[in-house]
Design a protein around this ligand. Structure first.
Ligand SMILES: [Mg+2]
Length: 394
């Protein structure tokens, strides 16, 4: 039987984030960010963050099988990278040769790649190739990754923005009632808020811990908004709340700071959503900078690279919990022993989805029930698609 060949590579930008309602709502929700000390950009993430947007990549074979992948695309840069460069490394190649295709795309983009947007483009292509392989072989991606190691995927509720304390309390209680056994909050303050902000950070965590009791895991995300001195002081204040981890307290490149922080606090430290490739994660491991690695398959290099990052995590004795929700991460966690759970973005009980023309970014995405997700055995990524209304609107 002749090998399939890639005949078409199509890329489309859509004006909506792969994070769906969370991206729209976080433009104005309170949370600390890396711009904490710059007053002009302090109050709202929407004042400085890139525009919402996604790139959808379709790869079609000569026998008409189409695989679909996606990544963030706030600056509309993914289509030119793929159309002007990467597509020529893909056309007429065998789409099932994912290792070689990844290697050639990575090597070809070294002068402008290695991290950031070029790796997002490679990630979207790699995800499309794995979806395509599943469709060609009639198997779900988690089977191609080695088969399921768990029959359902636990997810943690990731929201709990620092809004009115009574709302936060109710929100936390709804997650316990829904069956979540872990949840993650966002800190409100960083060094720009001074000592009073430390009290606000602690009050947010105390409020949630009191609402959920001791038998539920609680984590909290500082979204790169602290510095080492602040993080050490803050973690000391938080130790009595038994946090499962503090996430991204420092900028991603401050590996020395992360390593020092880990030596100063018993709270596990996580990060990795802004890191790329096996080489980036190897540097984290070599620096003993983190306890939990959080790569995002839509950034770090897709399934092909995430498998290697997971192997590094295992041999370093680390846990891997991918960043953010998505069908890619559900398939990956299903098949990867060192990944105990995935992240989920529930809509808080006190909030409503954005109004106007807002549509879900994906159709067919499985939703958790009782704090976990069960995947179908449909081929590829289980028929999850970008909402055609968004595609038609661009
Ligand atoms: Mg995070």
């Amino acid at each position: 039987m002749p090998s399939p060949r890639i005949k078409h590579v199509r890329v489309q930008h859509v004006d909506q984030s792969i994070w769906g309602h969370l991206a729209e709502r976080e433009k104005t929700l309170p949370l600390v960010t890396p711009m904490d000390e710059y007053g002009q950009f302090k109050q709202e993430r929407g004042s400085w963050f890139w525009d919402s947007g996604a790139a959808v990549v379709e790869i079609e074979t000569d026998d008409g099988i189409v695989g679909t992948g996606w990544c963030e695309d706030g600056c509309c840069t993914i289509k030119p990278i793929i159309d002007n460069h990467l597509s020529r490394l893909l056309l007429d190649q065998n789409p099932l040769e994912v290792e070689g295709l990844w290697e050639r795309m990575f090597r070809a983009t070294i002068p402008y790649g290695r991290k950031g947007i070029a790796l997002m483009a490679i990630s979207a292509i790699d995800i499309a190739l794995w979806d395509l392989a599943g469709r060609a072989l009639g198997k779900p991606v988690y089977e191609l990754l080695g088969g399921p190691v768990r029959s359902s995927i636990p997810v943690y509720a990731s929201a709990l923005h620092p809004v009115d304390p009574q709302k936060v309390r109710q929100e936390a209680e709804t997650y316990v009632e829904a069956g979540y056994t872990a949840m993650k909050a966002r800190f409100p303050c960083g060094p720009g808020d001074g000592p009073a902000g430390m009290i606000r950070n602690e009050e947010h965590i105390r409020n949630i811990r009191e609402a959920i009791g001791p038998g539920v895991d609680l984590m909290a995300d500082a979204y790169m908004g602290w510095n080492l001195h602040y993080a050490v002081r803050m973690c000391r204040r938080l130790e009595k709340y038994d946090l499962a981890w503090v996430e991204e307290p420092l900028l991603p490149d401050d590996l020395a700071g992360y390593a020092k922080l880990r030596r100063e606090t018993p709270i596990p430290i996580s990060a990795g959503e802004h890191e790329y490739t096996r080489w980036g994660f190897q540097q984290i491991i070599d620096a003993e900078a983190l306890d939990i690695l959080q790569p995002d398959l839509r950034r770090c290099g897709g399934f092909t690279e995430a498998k290697k990052i997971a192997a590094l995590a295992v041999s370093a004795g680390l846990t891997l919990i991918p960043h953010a929700y998505g069908i890619t991460h559900l398939h990956f966690v299903a098949a990867t022993p060192c990944c105990p759970m995935a992240e989920h973005f529930p809509l808080p009980c006190w909030d409503a989805p954005p109004g106007g023309d807002f549509e879900p970014t994906f159709l067919g995405e499985p939703e958790p029930s009782g704090g976990s997700v069960v995947l179908s055995d449909e081929p590829g990524l289980g028929g999850v698609t970008i909402n055609p209304k968004l595609l038609a609107a661009t």
